[in-house]
Design a protein around this ligand. Structure first.
Ligand SMILES: [Zn+2]
Length: 94
């Protein structure tokens, strides 16, 4: 039996992050991050990202021309599959 409330489980969402978002998620923001990175979208305040290894061949990486779910960047490039999890029990991250 899970200790996580159903509301939290129901609100978890799979997202595709660009490499800049992956880097900042792992290491925090510092001077090494490109000044062109727009930052995480406000809607992700109060959320954590966890890596999903989609399969053993791609390691969750794929090419996409769609905007990054994390920062909204429209630059085409590699995306990585992550699970966004709210940091509270209401399931909205606030
Ligand atoms: Zn991004």
């Amino acid at each position: 039996m899970s200790v996580v409330p159903d509301e939290v489980v129901d609100s978890m969402v799979q997202v595709c992050l660009c490499v800049d978002c992956v880097y900042v998620d792992a290491n925090g923001y510092d001077d090494s991050v490109s000044k062109d990175w727009p930052g995480f979208l406000e809607e992700w305040d109060g959320w954590l990202f966890g890596r999903i290894d989609a399969d053993e061949y791609t390691d969750g990486e794929h090419f996409s021309t769609a905007a990054c779910d994390g920062c909204g960047s429209g630059l085409a490039g590699s995306r990585y599959d992550y699970l966004a999890v709210p940091m509270n029990t209401k399931g909205d991250g606030r």
